[in-house]
Unconditional design. Structure first.
Length: 189
């Protein structure tokens, strides 16, 4: 797939088949992440590949967080929401959780560590697209919760930045109209 075509045609694919993904595809996606730019070559990214039962264990963490944040655990609508949140990690056969472990070197700016990991995620999304996979980068308040960081063994400085849900697409690719770069660009001479 040609680069500009990949950039322009990649979309978030939230509905995927349960079919397994070849390990070689996952390895290629992980490798693509490591080619993101990172100032001072800190390589601040951390990747966790979840398949099988590990997705259910993540769902249990989501459930625990949702229950602890709930005011009224007997509300039927809230109970349904908590059950739905618990099942979220089962929406795809593979989840790559991506975290940041910022360097402690004095010359490293923490925002650059987060930017490097975000660039790694974009590389991974594009790699998945080039391999014919559907992917979606999911975040939300639960992603940044301390219990999620603890589940993945992140340090006190580390943080999870997102979950990349991967699978073979089981939906039509949505058409998206993008605002022209011209609306956001100021040329300065």
């Amino acid at each position: 797939m040609e680069l500009f075509d990949a950039i322009k045609t990649r979309r978030s694919i939230g509905v995927v088949k349960s079919d397994p993904i070849p390990i070689e595809y996952i390895q290629q996606i992980l490798e693509a992440g490591t080619f993101a730019p990172n100032h001072f070559k800190t390589e601040p990214w951390r990747f966790f590949v979840l398949t099988g039962v590990s997705r259910e264990k993540l769902g249990e963490v989501f459930e625990e967080i949702s229950k602890s944040d709930a005011d009224n655990r007997t509300n039927p609508e809230l109970i349904k929401k908590i059950e739905r949140v618990k099942k979220n990690p089962l929406r795809a056969p593979v989840i790559i959780t991506v975290g940041v472990e910022p360097s402690t070197k004095k010359n490293v700016v923490i925002q650059e560590e987060y930017a490097a990991v975000s660039a790694a995620i974009q590389n991974m999304l594009l790699a998945g697209h080039a391999l014919g996979l559907g992917a979606i980068w999911r975040t939300g308040a639960i992603c940044y919760h301390k219990k999620v960081s603890d589940f993945f063994g992140m340090s006190d400085r580390g943080e999870i930045l997102g979950f990349i849900y991967l699978g073979f697409p089981d939906m039509n690719v949505p058409k998206v109209k993008k605002t022209s770069y011209k609306d956001y660009t100021t040329w300065m001479t």
